[in-house]
Design a protein around this ligand. Structure first.
Ligand code: DAU
Length: 341
């Protein structure tokens, strides 16, 4: 296993995986393949961009020719697929891109991998495929019940990977991660959005009562989970990567405000996200049995993350312009107006 193509490697979790692999395995060549959509960011790769075992190709996983070219040019033997449209709210506003990347894109990547005789195909999926988990913890064999266009598109990709293992005997493994946080997180997601808004004394739009539960996992622990599955996962299997750290959104919001020394009056309870899942929770014993363990706890992990956003305004201020502001208006203007009168 020497030439690894990391699709979506300029995004949040993908780039954390790339930074880890480039530094930890100097004998592996890590080739980032990224479409560079709004969420892809070469700044995320600055710490490794000059490493001799790093290469970058701009391309879409749904573009057969470009994928084939990259697989051939770099003699790729392993694919790790992080490429995806990932934001639930955007999937409600404009679902098309989610089907193209997360279903059609995964299908074309699998077809290309099959033709190229890829030795190992790792697919990064999500806990959202299990849907709303009112109580208990999802295990890998639970049925899928996705509730948003995003989650349904990820379920489609996840099932295509399963099909290529069963139909073609492809050496595939799947990871299903929980809500991830940490540095370089695009500021549309709860934690980086609220941290950067609060820094500017702007309102924090909490959907509904804020009593939805998410399981927070540090991005380094998520990347470590994908690494473990790449190295040790059994072909055809899926592995949950969980934070085992269930939190109400409203509690996370209070913690952020406290860490920043900002007033609770910034909190605005706005009309809820449509089809909003109340709770995600997974069991990750199967991954632990491969030797994976987490290095971060939420208290210090969140504090360090908030510190990172305070220290790295250069990274997020240039994101919060242009298309981002258009999206903000579409997603939040009416919601905030509804509660601000
Ligand atoms: O569970 C894993 C998933 O976590 C990933 O598969 C997704 O790609 C990722 O986006 C994330 O999905 P969520 O919808 O849980 O993440 P998000 O950060 O959008 O929201 C977290 C919670 O916070 C959710 O209950 C909605 C709520 N929220 C979010 C935003 C952006 C708010 O109350 N207000 C907001 O403005």
């Amino acid at each position: 296993m020497k030439n690894i193509m990391v699709t979506g490697g300029a995004g949040f979790i993908g780039s954390a995986f790339v930074r880890r692999m480039v530094q930890k395995y100097p004998d592996f060549r890590i080739v980032v393949f990224d479409k560079m959509t709004y969420a892809g960011n070469l700044d995320n790769l600055l710490p490794v961009k000059d490493s001799s075992n790093f290469a970058f190709v701009q391309g879409d996983i749904a573009d057969r020719e470009v994928v084939r070219g990259a697989l051939e040019q770099y003699g790729i033997d392993t694919v790790v697929n992080f490429a995806a449209e990932t934001h639930v709210d955007r999937s409600i506003l404009s679902p098309d891109a989610f089907i193209f990347s997360n279903v059609v894109g995964v299908h074309i990547l699998l077809e290309s991998a099959l033709k190229h005789k890829i030795e190992r195909f790792v697919h990064v999926s999500t806990d959202e495929v299990y849907g709303d988990v009112e109580e208990g913890f999802s295990v890998e064999t639970d049925p899928f019940a996705p509730n948003s266009p995003y989650a349904a598109s990820k379920a489609g990709g996840d099932l295509m990977v399963r099909a290529y293992h069963i139909t073609h005997g492809m050496n595939t493994v799947v990871t299903r991660g929980s809500n991830t946080y940490g540095p370089y997180h695009y500021p549309e997601k709860l934690i980086p959005f609220f941290v950067t808004e609060a820094l500017d004394d702007r309102p924090l739009p909490v959907y509904g009562d804020g009593k939805q539960v998410r399981d927070w996992l540090h991005v380094e622990d998520h990347a470590g989970g994908v690494e473990t599955v790449l190295m040790k996962g059994v072909a055809g299997e899926a592995y949950n990567v969980a934070g085992e750290n269930l939190q109400y959104n409203i509690d996370v919001t209070h913690r952020i405000l406290k860490l920043l020394g900002k007033p609770e009056s910034l909190i605005k309870h706005v009309p809820d996200r449509e089809g909003h899942d109340r709770r995600y929770a997974m069991n990750c014993d199967k991954l632990r049995a491969l030797g994976w363990q987490r290095d971060y706890n939420f208290d210090s992990g969140l504090e360090a993350t908030v510190g990172w956003y305070k220290a790295n305004e250069w990274w997020w201020r240039k994101i919060k312009t242009g298309e981002y502001l258009e999206y903000y208006k579409q997603q939040y203007a009416a919601r905030l107006a509804a509660v601000q009168g």
